[in-house]
Design a protein around this ligand. Structure first.
Ligand code: SAH
Ligand code: SF4
Length: 405
């Protein structure tokens, strides 16, 4: 979400006549887009703001602004803590010193082949550990015509793939007058000429409907890839987290998705070391991951966030060393599972959308989101190409081009 919002801000500034610089020291305007989902991310951005203090003092004519989830409703306190920052503005907002631009001004003139489109802001869930709803507010969906219009425009400017973004994309539309849902939106987007692929993230397991699963299975542009953050394999921890589902319901959902969408790639998020998590409860998470075998797992150690119910009501009682050990257990297990899943692709031919060339190698992704590298002297940006896989690892695949579409 932050990456997408940063790209949009960059495009807006280009539209206003600015050029990107390599370092903040060469800039007239510096905008820091902050993430505070964990304390470590918050520390990084606070540190960066402090580093820029001396620079801002020496160059009083530069504009220094901070956006993203660091910006809470108490901007007076932020202003007091960081007096050298000229502006604080909420995540997703436009810079306040710029006259309110039309939305298309923030679209890149020439987008990369794969672009992000935010469809719903905020979150209504209040999971016990999570700061996001406190900083991004309640869910606000963009209308179907607005999203369709933006995607058409992006396709006109060179995009072939869009990833629809939201904290909770599968609750899309409930706040709109005619209550369209994500399946309805996907159906509309699926008719756009020139758009080859549609992805979306993140889903909340309690909000995935049969209608949505049928839409993913039935619409040809919608990729076979579903993000489904589970957070824990223990029912007791899930209850403390206030996630709104248990592991039986979650397992049933995964089975339903896999039965309906053959070859679907599933990803999940895990928090280890949530308050009071016992070894046994952690092993339940290990068991769940071993059994369901996700393509990708994002794992984080629990970090208490001020203002959340978990930080108020539950003691952060799992020792850092234990959190670290649990984190590395999951990483090792998942490395092994992903290596085995990817090995099955050896010798197979996959279709990728080529996104860019990095250090002499073309890179792109399969419909299931797997990163693929190949070498070739010709130009492939934005093309769908077939690659025969010759080498695999847990994180990426390598191969040679077999046929251009
Ligand atoms: N809306 C998504 C994810 C939002 S935040 C969901 O419902 O899962 C992205 C990820 O950050 C979460 O999935 C969670 O694994 C992690 N995260 C959020 N708050 C955290 C915290 N306080 N400590 C550690 N990880 C956290
Ligand atoms: Fe945070 Fe996701 Fe829960 Fe919303 S659904 S509170 S964004 S973890």
């Amino acid at each position: 979400m932050n990456q997408a919002e940063s790209e949009r801000l960059g495009s807006l500034f280009e539209h206003l006549g600015y050029q990107a610089t390599d370092t903040a020291e060469n800039a007239d305007v510096v905008v820091l887009n902050s993430c505070v989902v964990r304390q470590s991310a918050e520390n990084r951005v606070v540190n960066k703001i402090q580093v820029l203090r001396a620079f801002a003092r020496a160059h009083p004519d530069i504009t220094l602004a901070v956006t993203g989830c660091l910006v809470n409703s108490d901007s007076a306190k932020l202003k007091k803590d960081f007096p050298h920052v000229d502006y604080f503005f909420k995540p997703g907002d436009f810079p306040p010193w710029v006259e309110k631009p039309e939305a298309t001004m923030a679209l890149p003139q020439k987008p990369s082949p794969a672009t992000y489109v935010s469809i719903i802001q905020g979150c209504n869930n209040f999971c016990a550990y999570c700061i996001v709803p406190h900083r991004r507010g309640r869910e606000i969906s963009r209308t179907v015509p607005e999203v369709v219009c933006e995607v058409r425009e992006l396709v006109k400017r060179g995009s072939k793939e869009v990833t629809l973004l939201g904290q909770n994309v599968d609750s899309y539309g409930h706040d709109l007058p005619d209550k369209p849902d994500l399946a309805d939106l996907l159906k509309e987007l699926n008719t756009i000429d020139g758009l080859a692929r549609i992805r979306f993230l993140t889903n909340h397991p309690k909000d995935i409907s049969d209608k949505l699963i049928d839409a993913i299975a039935g619409l040809d542009r919608v990729c076979e890839q579903v993000s489904l953050p589970v957070q824990s394999g223990s029912d007791d921890i899930l209850k403390l987290m206030k996630r709104g589902y248990n592991t039986t319901q979650y397992r049933r959902l995964v089975k339903k998705i896999r039965d309906a969408i053959p070859g679907a790639a599933l990803s999940t998020d895990i928090i280890v070391g949530f308050p009071s998590e016992t070894d046994f409860q952690f092993q339940e998470t290990v068991r769940l991951l071993s059994e369901l075998r996700f393509d990708t797992v994002h794992v984080a150690a629990y970090s208490p966030r001020p203002g959340t119910t978990a930080s108020r009501e539950l003691e952060d009682d799992i020792l850092p060393a234990v959190k670290k050990e649990r984190l590395s257990t999951i990483e090792q297990l998942q490395g092994k599972i992903a290596a085995e899943i990817n090995e099955h692709l050896l010798g197979k031919t996959v279709e990728i959308l080529v996104e860019s060339r990095v250090k002499g190698k073309w890179q792109g992704r399969t419909r299931t989101g797997k990163l693929v590298f190949f070498s070739d002297s010709r130009e492939y940006t934005g093309q769908l190409v077939k690659i025969r896989i010759e080498k695999t690892s847990p994180w990426s695949l390598q191969g040679t081009i077999s046929r251009t579409k």
